[in-house]
Design a binder for this molecule. Sequence first.
Ligand code: ATP
Length: 442
Amino acid sequence: MSDASSEGDPQLFDKIVNLCKRRGFVFQSAEIYGGFRSTYDYGPLGSLMLRNVKDAWWRSMVQMRVDVVGLDASILSPPAVWEASGHLKNFSDPLVDCKNCGARHRQDQLADLSICPTCGAKDSFTEARQFNLMFKTYAGPVVESAAEVYLRPETAQGMFINFANVLNTSRKKPPFGIAQVGKSFRNEITPGNFVFRTREFEQMELEFFVPPDQAQQWYEYWCSERLQWYTGLGIPEHMLRLRPHDADELSHYSSGTSDVEFLFPWGWGELEGIANRGDYDLTQHMTHSGAELTYFDQETNARYVPHVIEPAAGATRTMMAFLLAAYDEEEVRGEKRTVLRLHWRIAPYKIAVLPLSKNDRLTPTAREVLSIVQPQWMCDYDETQAIGRRYRRQDEIGTPYCITVDFDTLDDRAVTVRERDSMTQDRVPIDGLTAYLSAKLT
Ligand code: ATP
């Protein structure tokens, strides 16, 4: 990816928001009703890209390992879960209101504790109140406290409360992990920066259960592994850093937490937290539920509560980081070209099939080519407008390869394959197309 991206361009954020709307990555939710603040809908391209981010995570965390299994737990859960996890008591942010303009702020995010960033008033804040971030609703027809349920604010608890189920059914033993991807909900006081902080978002979390004496070594392993995941998918190293938490930032049960941070246009921001959580979670659920959440090691004849290493990432926030890192503009033969230099695994479409022009003689062969590549790769098909403009449209959404069917194709049964970043073109026989592309897109 280009080094020209991100911090060099103060307008980058606006360009990405604009591109997302114009090309169908992300729409403001309920736009025709004036928009529902801080919630977003992922359009034709965004839904593909977000899925690719989650699939790339799942592939690396579950598919390519023998020590991690998957889970898809429910979003609604009873208060007992959140009582045990500590969320009912502690999952809150300090909230202050400005008495001058009414704006609401998270006290811990204020640069100056006495000045309102909205109106500039001095010493206008109310006392801080703790505001619980969980969304509460009611199960069934009667709105009463016995029917209270919560929308999960993280996916992690689903893994902890299913620890024994997974242990008993999967033939895994520590060190092993449970991975989950799914929606989480937080009633954030200050959502913003597009999809960076929203009230409904998607997470990708792993709970990795280890013998207590191996916790530190697995914590270090996951810190390095997770950082490499982002660079392996094309985010330049200078836009990423691993920031260990200071002692005063750590939760009381954590003996170590590091954040993977990305250089957003407004500065460093968290993509993922990796925490050494000790035996806190399983012990809490064991105490509150009475269930046995220990592991008996037959080799050592010892029973113990596994310790947990948790890499917890945001899928929607990470998708935004991929877009920011990939965005590039360059001049090609006197014309501006916008290109998303996305890793092919993340790009919405891997291939676009483009007949040279909309012509009855070309269409059948172009359709035939599409039918050859479509079963394996997500493809776009576009036959209107000049070919140069169609290349630019694909560059702008990050499509790594364009296949052009021209009149020579009808004679030589070969097509032109154009590569997005270098714009080089290869002539490839239709019969060899799958092998040619497989070498690049696997
Ligand atoms: P922050 O400090 O930004 O509020 P956090 O430390 O509370 O985040 P975690 O609880 O560690 O976040 O959640 C893990 C990941 O989930 C975060 O690194 C982020 O990528 C994602 N995430 C958390 N809250 C949100 C949100 N409101 N919108 C989008 N993604 C989020």
